[in-house]
Design a binder for this molecule. Sequence first.
Ligand code: ADP
Ligand code: MG
Length: 210
Amino acid sequence: MAGVQLEHVVREYTMGRTTIRAVDDISFTIPEGKYTIILGASGAGKSTVLNILGGMDSPTSGRVTVNGREISGFNKRQLTEYRRESIGFVFQFYNLMPNLTVLENVELASQICKNPLDARQVLAMVGLGDRLNNFPAQCSGGEQQRGAIARALAKNPDVLLCDEPTGALDYQTGKAILALLYDLCKKSRKRWWWSPTTGRWRRRRTCSFG
Ligand code: ADP
Ligand code: MG
């Protein structure tokens, strides 16, 4: 079944004698193609859920299914492939490579996967067509986040996960980034998730942007 399903997902971290239950038996379903936002207090477990959905972490127990594939049962190799081919991830602090231009950052990501989109086209789509040769330090925060979104989108992934993508931005710039994500979601008809702002989308290889 397409979409995202979490069934009785638990994630515990054990540190010495202390066990922290970051995610406590959560279950939910997201049907294909819906734009979804996860809201919760700091420490509620939002990033943990995103990391599990992104294949960067695994649940202690419970089942996670993405587009019919049970990722909670994946081994390390399968998770690596899943992260590479199926997931785009946008972080609060952009995490662009400082010694590469905006274009090179996007090209680097698209070179590792099988069906990438054209880096220049994706950058134009996020409004960075005239910043291709800028280094991240020569970009504003909002521009860097647009670059990070382009980098994630260029992989043409099934799911885009954004963990507080506006958290480091001022209100107006954050609003513009949210508007961009929403617009991209509608255009691509893919699924988006985010925590306070996390996007989700579904795969559509034939999608065209902008
Ligand atoms: P949120 O993103 O909602 O702020 P997190 O998912 O980051 O929350 O964290 C949920 C809880 O799990 C917090 O109490 C946090 O300290 C704990 N936690 C998260 N990751 C780890 C980890 N790798 N090791 C130990 N505890 C962790
Ligand atoms: Mg978090």
